[in-house]
Design a protein around this ligand. Sequence first.
Ligand code: KIV
Length: 278
Amino acid sequence: MERKPITTSTIRQMKEEGKPITMITAYDYAMARNVDEAGIDMILVGDSVGNVMLGYSSTIPVTMDAMIHHTQAVVRGTKYALVVGDMPFMSYQASEAEGLLNAGRFLKEGGCTAIKLEGGSEVCPLVKKMVTAGIPVMGHIGLTPQSVNQFGGFKVQGKDVAAAQKLVDDAKALEAAGAFSIVLECVPAALAAKVSEMISIPTIGIGAGNGCGGQVLVCNDLLGFSNGFTPKFAKKYRNLHKEIVGAVSEYINDVRDRSFPAPEHTFKIDDEVLEKLY
Ligand code: KIV
């Protein structure tokens, strides 16, 4: 079947048709090309770039300029998937005007199609302005990593009646504000399924069970890029850490015992050229 570029309408339609939506993070051109070729629906240039690519212990230090730099690379590597740029900490919290301009930067400079921002009803006036300005918005509620210091750690959200009701209210408010989808992070599966039924736009779950409209994972978790901590909700489909360390160890050994480069990796020159040298 001929593949067409995914739009926000495709994403809404997939929910209507009950087709699960797939999303993964990517932060550079090479990974974007691979995940796009695999057939992913959406690529999130997540501010998780701070943890997984830049070595920070949270997403807090990630800047707008860094996000634009990574988004441009991902967009260059993507033909079909819908690319979503993630608004980093303090790019929209200080004022709506600044938030709107920064969201605009993702589309104008980053070249992506949509933005994601964390927060519920408190960000809805800003979401409305973005949508009115022509910027498709993905919401993000439940565990919102930019508020990790407020939450006191990475904890499952929405477990009591008040917190669960707040999640429902936030999802409805984001839908009413014009968001085209909502990430639900670290939410009990039955609550995520209920929220997903209560709104018409798709939910994209991460640690939120399989009752969501789609799923998102951090590409480094899915691929097993490191042997460090992997969250409970992340399925490790491969162990690239092992592959990479194994391959590089082989290379080191080959260089040390001079078996690399072999003749097939080497350029030739006529002997008579060498003979004329003095
Ligand atoms: O930055 C990110 O990777 C995210 C996902 C966890 C949804 O926001």
